[in-house]
Structure formats: structure tokens, C-alpha cells
Design a protein around this ligand. Structure first.
Ligand code: ADP
Ligand code: MG
Length: 362
């Protein structure tokens, strides 16, 4: 099974720079999600890995073998597109076996055995006689996936395979597919704009924005230490609170002193802010409750601070303050992330060396 290595992949379409130097290694058997907003270059990257598009610059290797000049049909990978196409006039069985027979050159019996095996494991073997129009959207999606997995390629490429499904089916299929891919042991690159898909399915997530990698890490690493304000705002529900601090040099901001020498953005997650001033040194924010959102488990409370920033914090249901109440929330200093404003890059926690942010007397 291939270890995929991408080195400095660049691709432009006319004046549109779709990929701006992507380097990424995917290990044997690993499931990596490429997560980014629409238009960030995800599909272009996948097409280049599959050999459907050529990069302007950079290298793709499978198991150390350069893939340059190797056409898509000779690469050991299976791809499931966002807008997958099943042949409308063929039943599910033939949709799966056609590619195996004509693409991989398998005998009819072997192709059908593979189709029955994978659909049984996916619990859709009862659909084998049906044509696409006789199936629901979710069933068609499962058959399209079965067709890709039946190839038994070392590398499976998925381009937003769950988009366009209703929320409940989406959640069910996401777990099902993650389990199947794990069981198959295939190396997988899964492209999505949905952070929940990435968090639920991937061993590691590569966050991409405007053709550039922002951060590569495990779901926990991305959540606890987002490397950029883009990642901080993209991962997590609600997203991390990000507050610009405009003053250069030293400034006093809600009881903390900031001496960074450059404009910064402070970030704190909603669950690290608690109602009421903390006894120890803490970052305090005061504002008026604008919205109380029930999650079932707790409440997400939005306040508008005196500085005009919108800040969300999580709060147990009995303690949730009503809309219009004036409240103070605080976070321990070690929960406050500091980002350089110009680059969006993380400088560290407020306590870390070199970032002189200290609590002052209230
Ligand atoms: P994503 O899959 O993340 O939504 P894409 O990889 O499809 O993003 O596209 C990245 C950028 O490249 C977009 O600005 C898109 O409009 C542009 N692009 C993609 N394919 C083509 C193409 N064949 N011709 C021109 N522009 C393209
Ligand atoms: Mg796309």
C-alpha cells in the first residue's frame, strides 16, 4: 500500500492559483482528511494525486516511485467523486463489476465475487439487482463507494463523498465509511469542507486555505493548538473566540498587559471562559448577553463586550444568564492563545516565553 508523498505541488488555471506549494506525506494505511472551504484547491489536489491533472511544479510519489508521466488508469488508486456517476442503465452489480472487468481485467466470476463481498460488508448486497433510479441518494452513494473499494487499491481518494445527503444519513454514513476504510486497511485521502467529517473520520487532518496548507495534525492537535487564526476559526463549534488587540507595544486590555511588539489577536475557546471573575489571575471580559443557544447538554451564551467584540462561552443550563444581563467571564491565562495579526500565525500561550503578557492588578 502506497505511502503518498507530495512535494511542493503548484497548479494555476490561468491567473487563478489553485495550489500554492503543497507538501504532505500520507503514511501506509493512514486516513488523512484534506479540510478547507469551497475553492481552496481540494479537488485539484486530489485530481493531481490520481493523475487526472498534471501539476505545474512539484512531485507526487507512491511508495517512493515518482508518478510523473504515469496515466490515471495505471496508478494504484480508486477515486470517489463528489458528483459520482453510476451508469443509469446498469444495475448495481454491473456498475461495480464493469470497471473491475474492463479496467482491472478481472474475469466475470472474480469481479462478481468481489462485488458480492464488498456489498455484503457494507450491508447493501440486497441492492445488487437495482438500477440507480430505484435507489435512494444514500443507497447510490454506498454503491459508488462499494465500486471504488471493490478495486482493492492501496490508495482510496474521496472527494466530498457525503455532500448532498441529509444530516442524519450523513452522520450514519460517515461512521460506516470510516469503519470500512479502517477494516480495508487502505491508505485514504478524504477531501471535505465539513470539519465534523474530518474530525470523525481522519487520523490526521490537513487544513488548506487558498491553495496553501495551514496546519497538519491530529484532530486533537488542531483543536487544542490551532497554528493559525484560520484553523482556530475553522475547527470547533462554536469556533474559537478571536479578539484583535490593536495597540502596538504595551497595552492594558481587560486586566491583562500585552507587550508583544506587534499587533496580535487573542484567542480563547468557549469552554475555557467561565461566568464570574476568577479568584486567580485571569483574563476577564465584561459585556451584555445577546443570545443564549441551547445545545441540549449546556448553553452557548453570546455576549457583546464593552469593546464591541462578540464572544461565546459555554455555561451549565441552570447558570445561564438571560438575554440582556451584564456579565463578566474569565479564562485562565494559559487558555489564551496569541496570534500575530499580520501573519495569523500562533505565537504561543500568554504564559510562554517571549510573549510578555502578564496579569495586572484589576
Ligand atoms: P475545492 O475543491 O476546494 O472547492 P477546487 O480545487 O475545485 O477547490 O478549485 C480551486 C480553485 O481553482 C478555484 O478557484 C477554482 O475555481 C479553480 N479551478 C479548479 N479547476 C479549474 C479549471 N479546470 N479551470 C479553471 N479554474 C479551475
Ligand atoms: Mg471540490
Amino acid at each position: 500500500m502506497p505511502v503518498v508523498e507530495l512535494t511542493d505541488i503548484r497548479k494555476s488555471f490561468g491567473s487563478v492559483r489553485a495550489l500554492n506549494g503543497i507538501s504532505l506525506t500520507v503514511e501506509d494505511g493512514e486516513n488523512v482528511a484534506v479540510l478547507g472551504p469551497s475553492g481552496s484547491g481540494k479537488s485539484t489536489l486530489l485530481r493531481i494525486i490520481a493523475g487526472l491533472d498534471q501539476p505545474d511544479r512539484g512531485k507526487v510519489t507512491f511508495d517512493g516511485q515518482s508518478q510523473q508521466g504515469i496515466p490515471a488508469h495505471q496508478r494504484d488508486c480508486a477515486i470517489v467523486f463528489q458528483h459520482f456517476a453510476l451508469y443509469p442503465h446498469m444495475n448495481a452489480l454491473r456498475n461495480i463489476t464493469t470497471g473491475l472487468r474492463h479496467g482491472l481485467g478481472l474475469a466475470k466470476a472474480e469481479a462478481e465475487a468481489r462485488a458480492r463481498d464488498i456489498t455484503a460488508r457494507m450491508k447493501v448486497d440486497d441492492l445488487l439487482d437495482r438500477k440507480p433510479r430505484e435507489m435512494s441518494g444514500g443507497q447510490r452513494q454506498r454503491i459508488a463507494l462499494a465500486r471504488a473499494l471493490a478495486r482493492r487499491s492501496g490508495l482510496v481518494l474521496l472527494d466530498e463523498p457525503l455532500s448532498g445527503l441529509d444530516a442524519q444519513l450523513h452522520t450514519t454514513l460517515r461512521l460506516e465509511i470510516a469503519g470500512l476504510l479502517r477494516a480495508a486497511g487502505a491508505t485514504t485521502i478524504n477531501v471535505t469542507h465539513d470539519q465534523l467529517d474530518a474530525l470523525a473520520m481522519a487520523d490526521r487532518i490537513a487544513v488548506i486555505d487558498a491553495g496553501q496548507l495551514e496546519q497538519v495534525g491530529t484532530p486533537d492537535e488542531l483543536y487544542t493548538e490551532p497554528a493559525t487564526t484560520f484553523v482556530a476559526a475553522f475547527i470547533g463549534t462554536p469556533p474559537m473566540n478571536l479578539l484583535p488587540v490593536d495597540d502596538l507595544g504595551t497595552s492594558s486590555f481587560d486586566h491583562i498587559m500585552i507587550k508583544t511588539g506587534e499587533p496580535v489577536t487573542l484567542g480563547v475557546r468557549a469552554e475555557h471562559l467561565t461566568l464570574g471573575p476568577a479568584a486567580t489571575e485571569a483574563w476577564r471580559l465584561t459585556g451584555v448577553v445577546g443570545l443564549v443557544e441551547p445545545t441540549g447538554l449546556d448553553r452557548i451564551v453570546q455576549i457583546l463586550t464593552d469593546r464591541g467584540d462578540s464572544v461565546a462561552f459555554r455555561c451549565p443550563i441552570p447558570a445561564a444568564p438571560p438575554v440582556g444581563t451584564r456579565v463578566t467571564v474569565s479564562a485562565p491565562l494559559e487558555a489564551v492563545h496569541v496570534y500575530a495579526r499580520a501573519s495569523g500565525r500562533r505565537l504561543g500561550h500568554v504564559e510562554s516565553a517571549g510573549i510578555a503578557i502578564t496579569a495586572s492588578a484589576a
